[in-house]
Ligand binder design. Sequence first.
Ligand SMILES: O=C(O)CCC(=O)C(=O)O
Length: 366
Amino acid sequence: MAIAAEHKGMSAFMLQSVASKQINNFRCDQKLPAEFVWDENERPTVRHDQYLDEEIPLIDLNGILSAVESDDCAISHEKLTADMVAACKEWGVFQVINHGIPPEVVERARSQGRKLFSLSLDEKLKVQRQPQSITGYGATRMANFFRSLMWSESFTMRASPNSNICDYGNMLWPNESQEFCEAFEDYDHKLRSLAMKITKLLFEGLGKMPEQNEVFNDFWGSLHMNHYPPCPQPLQTMGLAAHTDSSCLTIMQQGTIGGLQVMRGGKWVSVKPHPSAFVIQVGDMLQVLTNGKLKSTLHRAVVNESSSRLSIVYFFTPDPLTTVVPLTLSKNEKPLYKPLSWKEYLNVKAKCFMGALDHYTLPITN
Ligand SMILES: O=C(O)CCC(=O)C(=O)O
């Protein structure tokens, strides 16, 4: 196919540059450029706003996140953790409300995200993601696994405890980066705490609370934003191709415009935006830590013709060098995965993409 031949031999870095240039120079009276047209059998069949009658589980964290609990609370706590685990097993995704993160914190980060993507391409290229780096501006890193380009641009920063948020703020707005820096540092700290709590609740729901394991002492975070401009032929392209996240947990804010779809029972399901909710998804590392009891969620993003969409994603990951092993083993249960570090896993994922977990999967023995 012509497009494949055209892209053959291009590095992910070059593909990112091609995609960013095309998207930023695009005029809305133009047709979808050929590089973005996906093969018919790979195109979306479910629109961004085509929702099921059955709702994706909505979990109310009201009261549960506070430290003090009465006996009544203990019952609801148990039910809540069981509901979370059931949602992960049945849907691979759930949304949380009353999560304790004020709406103004979310809006402040979203407004800075919109400001960033509305900069000129030249300004954004000052912070372009470099070939071996996971942070910076560009198209998605998984670009070179696909023959066609994706209709999106993205920007990633390391979050605490090793944040480069303010460094990026200073590079983008040398004399006025304070607002950017404060907005995302605040967002980062609050999301980190929420991610820790939800991770613990999930382990509790599985009946195992491995507090002592070193993974729990040292989680890292990163903040990733995706911008999907309106697209003239949304059903011929893909915003972000199907993938699982390498993280432990992913917490996403998708605003009011839908586009996220998760695979459930062999079918794509659109996640309906809830005005104040965060979307929670299981990543590859949680699959390893739970010995496959929770599976990482296969998901993708589709685009639409009328509205631009911004998603802000917080990836909660193990410390890059800490050894990650299955932690929820019951008596006689064998580990399904070899020990790994997240750093090493990212390198394998960059080469094998969706085959990365297979690389660490142990043969089943009796
Ligand atoms: O924007 C979305 O809806 C999906 C984002 C996503 O899957 C990602 O950034 O990994």
